[in-house]
Design a protein around this ligand. Structure first.
Ligand SMILES: [Zn+2]
Ligand SMILES: [Zn+2]
Length: 332
């Protein structure tokens, strides 16, 4: 079978590799859609603690083609998606319902072979049935579940006013989730006009490319979906007294921000972060299946496996307008 293999920093090849065989509790999945994520780009750029070579891809869906002898809930032909972060179930954090901080964590497409390939294996405990969702939509199960974890962290209440900075694919999933939670006025900032158009379509009450035009100390929730330090700092200027800031975008590992501790004290401002997801995959599937969250319109590219590197380059250089880029390993 073919797989995209990141051999080492900035070196990628699409080549023949051995087709995986399932472990006792694993299924083999023929991959139909596999989303490119910032994490894949980090692995490619060398900002990665694991060992090379690695087949990336942790946002994918496909069809079960083989099952190990101990698999109970899946059979050949099932349409599935995978929650890539695999917790051990027996460490301190797993037993405290914080599986996303598992001390023995493994991740499909990060520490073990992922979905940028014709086939991939995953243990049954990370596999979810996708019903009649398209493969393209089901490839969003993982990123949407991360967004839903962020929403659970910030816990919006009915009629909260929200400021959202950044309208990329993740920002637009956050936007739709805030709408679903009953937030009334959700204002979205981005430099890119076409992303702002999309934000309007997906429920933003106001969009602008000029953050400074918006009222200060006005929003119950201010959410950064960029990971850019300066914008993460700006969040503090726009949040109301007793409001919450959600830093959702992933900053550089060595990024620093400057914060106003007196204002945080005087206005009882809460700053929250959100790391991966915690049992949010069923919610993600349900929200997509019921049409409550639209992911179809977030897809800008569907590329064959051979063009995985091109997809990474588009993300890296913004050489052309892009939202979510999907690799379709069954195309060629
Ligand atoms: Zn991802
Ligand atoms: Zn654990």
């Amino acid at each position: 079978m073919k797989a995209a293999v990141i051999e080492k920093k900035n070196s990628l090849s699409v080549r023949e590799v051995a087709k995986p065989v399932p472990g006792r509790d694993e299924v083999v999945i023929q991959v139909h859609a596999s989303g490119i994520c910032g994490t894949d780009l980090h692995i490619y750029q060398g900002d990665y603690k694991g060992t090379y070579p690695i087949v990336p891809g942790h946002e994918f869906s496909g069809v079960v083609t083989e099952v190990g002898p101990e698999v109970r809930n899946f059979k050949v032909g099932d349409r599935v998606s995978v929650e890539p972060n695999l917790s051990c179930g027996v460490c301190y954090d797993c037993l405290s319902n914080r599986q996303h901080f598992c001390e023995n964590t493994q991740a499909v497409g990060v520490t073990r072979s992922g979905g940028m390939a014709n086939y991939v294996t995953a243990p049954e405990k990370g596999v979810f049935p996708i019903g009649d969702l398209s493969f393209e939509e089901a490839a969003f199960m993982e990123p949407l579940s991360c967004v839903l974890h962020g929403i659970e962290r910030v816990n919006p209440v009915l009629a909260d006013r929200v400021l959202l900075i950044g309208a990329g694919p993740i920002g637009l999933l956050l936007l739709q989730s805030f709408v679903s939670k009953g937030c009334t006025r959700i204002e979205v900032v981005d430099r890119d006009k076409s992303r702002l158009e999309m934000a309007k379509k997906m429920g933003a009450s106001r969009v602008t490319d000029d953050l400074s035009s918006l009222p200060k100390e006005h929003y119950h929730i201010v959410c950064d979906a960029t990971g850019v330090s300066l914008l993460m700092e700006e969040c503090l200027n726009y949040v109301r007294p007793s409001g919450k800031v959600l830093w959702f975008g992933v900053p550089h590992t060595d990024a620093k921000v400057t914060l106003p501790p007196f204002r945080i004290f005087e206005k009882e401002i809460t700053i929250l972060s959100s790391y991966t997801s915690l049992r949010n995959s069923w919610q993600a599937l349900e929200l997509m299946q019921t049409g409550r969250i639209n992911v179809k319109d977030l897809i800008s590219h569907k590329l064959p496996l051979e063009e995985f590197e091109r997809g990474l380059k588009i993300m890296e250089t913004h050489s052309e307008p892009a939202m979510k880029i999907l690799i379709m390993p069954q195309l060629s």
